[in-house]
Write a protein that binds this ligand. Sequence first.
Ligand code: ATP
Ligand code: MG
Length: 392
Amino acid sequence: MKNNETLLLKLGEVVLKGQNRRAFEDRLTANVKRRLKGLGSFQIYIRQSTIYVEPVSESCDMDAAWTACGQVFGVVSVARAVPCEKTVEAIVETAKEYLSEAFALARSFKVESKRADKNFPMNSIQISQAVGGDLAEAFPRVAVDVHNPDLTVFVEIREKYAYVHAPAIPGAGGLPVGMGGHAISLLSGGLDSPVSSWMMARRGVELEMVHFVSPPYTSQQAQDKVLELARLLTAWCGRLRVHIVPFTEIQEEIRRNCPEEFFTLIMRRFMMRISETIAKRAGAKALITGESLGQVASQTMAALGVTEDGITLPVLRPLIGMDKVEIIHMAQRIGTYETSILPYEDCCTVFTPRHPATQPRAEDVRAAEAALDVEKLIAKSLEGEQWVWVKP
Ligand code: ATP
Ligand code: MG
């Protein structure tokens, strides 16, 4: 680990946003700064679609910073680079030292150069040739191969310094959190809703979570599991507020007064209404769920229509066209899989009907629901609402 190592974060779609570009860049830089808090003192600034993360003190945890930067939405790639003086000699010396292990493992290499500083006297081809020639002499057992090299050495001539680095790794992609609006995500303990939350956060949406609990049918462990899922998501989207909403009485009232085939649907209509109330209070403009077409009886096209029939905010369902295996792969990739598969009950899994309606009609469900004092039940449930901030 070289202590003068710098992280170079390349911006993605952000650069395409014309007039809004400045706002996007400011937001992204602020997000990176916030995410690196506690990992040491860094100088963080943006030039020419690249965010520079330079350690200022010896105590900077560069490995943790590297991991954290790979989880910031809006960044397409992250490279660890070493700055040096803007001369061919300095670049070659830096590459020899910094990439000596990579050269020991490679059988072939090439140099790829970029000249962001147009005042630099050599163009990128000349830089690559000069640096490549000297490195070929320094590592005679590693052949030059411009088509299919084992190792590509990147040289970037920028404002203050030249930078040398090995290939960048892909960043988290998407748009900076905060640029895509604010939404309420319905978070259960399952596999799907952490993934759907992550997908909307990647599109720049700032999330606030709602989780429904039904004690004593659901346990404290089940709730803790959901808070742990939220905590895992904070690595990607920063701190999150999680609203915990009691749901027991609503479920008991549904069971007592409504036809069994509509239990789940009516319950889900309550979830939507309560979440919408929380959203409006918070100024959020949409709800997010982990529903996927046809996955269970309450996720047929007809059932989804009935579920959102009582609300006006749009319901975003990023998993709607995904297969379960794809969702599992994403859960593994974003780090929520192992927690999601812990076997705790969810309020959706208590009082499940034996034969749920898969082709419900909204008017039938509304008529069944009329047996309940919907407004009063919602108000009572919201009286018991609590919320917690979950931090990275
Ligand atoms: P998941 O794997 O996310 O639990 P699921 O396929 O099990 O989803 P359901 O249990 O029918 O499906 O729930 C569908 C969606 O409803 C979930 O993805 C989530 O967005 C929301 N949801 C379900 N249970 C809860 C809950 N207890 N609190 C908040 N939202 C919930
Ligand atoms: Mg579930």
